[in-house]
Design a protein. Structure first.
Ligand code: ZN
Length: 180
């Protein structure tokens, strides 16, 4: 059985017992999670999320970059079209992890990584690429400085430990900006 045959078979089971047409485009916990694409750190798995609970954006390392910001700036338009303003009551959770592959990018392809992150090559040194705890705090601070994002929601920074499966709250929830 090839991969497509395998997922087709699994989807048939999902249609029978997992699918719900009642799920909404607005995440039921009003939460957006930003994480790494590493298959070991899927927020659906490690946070035991249920379908429809959170909107999840994943890239290499879960680091803030221009593409991710574009998505985040567009998402409130999606929610508004669905009848809900993104603001108070919403959460933005930044989820980084230990043993992240972004460290390999830093070592082996720093120019590509700098382009991906939207920074100069010389700035990479100061981005705490190898330290997820410092990196998640840096990113929370970076999001707080983006004026195009709705300011009313809470932001927090979490690190997942690959070796234990535990999360550690590095940056407790605080309002993105106080102007809303
Ligand atoms: Zn990673």
């Amino acid at each position: 059985m090839n991969f497509i045959e395998m997922i087709s078979q699994r989807n048939e089971e999902f249609v029978r017992s997992g699918h719900s047409a009642d799920l909404k485009i607005i995440p039921s916990t009003k939460t957006i999670i930003i994480g790494c694409l590493d298959p070991r750190v899927d927020p659906m798995d490690i946070l035991e999320l249920k379908p429809g609970e959170a909107a999840i954006i994943r890239n290499i390392g879960g680091r803030v970059n221009p593409a991710l910001l574009e998505t985040l700036i567009l998402f409130p338009i999606v929610t508004k079209a669905a009848g809900q303003e993104m603001g108070p009551g919403w959460n933005l959770v930044i989820l980084h992890h230990t043993d992240c592959g972004i460290i390999g990018c830093y070592k082996h392809a720093p120019d590509l990584l700098a382009t991906h992150l939207g920074v100069a090559r010389s700035e990479l040194e100061s981005m705490s690429i190898t330290d997820p705890r410092k990196a998640v705090a840096m990113d929370v601070a970076a999001y707080k400085s983006v004026k195009e994002l709705p300011g009313g929601f809470m932001i927090s920074g979490i690190v997942y430990d690959i070796s234990t499966g535990k999360i550690e709250v590095i940056v407790p929830p605080s309002q993105l900006r106080s102007d809303q």
